[in-house]
Design a protein around this ligand. Structure first.
Ligand SMILES: [Zn+2]
Length: 98
């Protein structure tokens, strides 16, 4: 398995621009990024039977305002949103799939 590297990231208007080590790029709107937040509070956790029930998440206008972006090691980005939500760890694989 070859690891993906992130060569650069930038905030352009309401979008996150990502450039990858293989010279591809993608642009993800903040809205799409927030809706894909992979944390348990947003996507749910499997119960004892392995069923995942997606919780109802209430987003406000502040939920789609990105205030901080931190790279975690060589595999993920952590995003902090203006409504205080910051538990989403977006792996590079996830970001590339958006
Ligand atoms: Zn979340």
């Amino acid at each position: 398995m070859s690891a993906i590297t992130l060569s650069n990231h930038a905030i352009i208007g309401e979008e996150l621009a990502l450039s990858w080590g293989d010279e591809t790029e993608n642009f993800i709107t903040f809205k799409k990024l927030r809706e894909a937040c992979p944390c348990a509070a947003c996507q749910g956790e499997p119960d004892a039977l392995g069923r995942v029930v997606k919780p109802t998440v209430i987003h406000t206008e502040r939920s789609f305002r990105l205030i901080k972006l931190v790279q975690i090691g060589g595999y993920a980005l952590n995003v902090t949103w203006a409504d205080g939500h910051s538990s989403g760890i977006y792996t590079f694989d996830l970001l590339r799939s958006l």
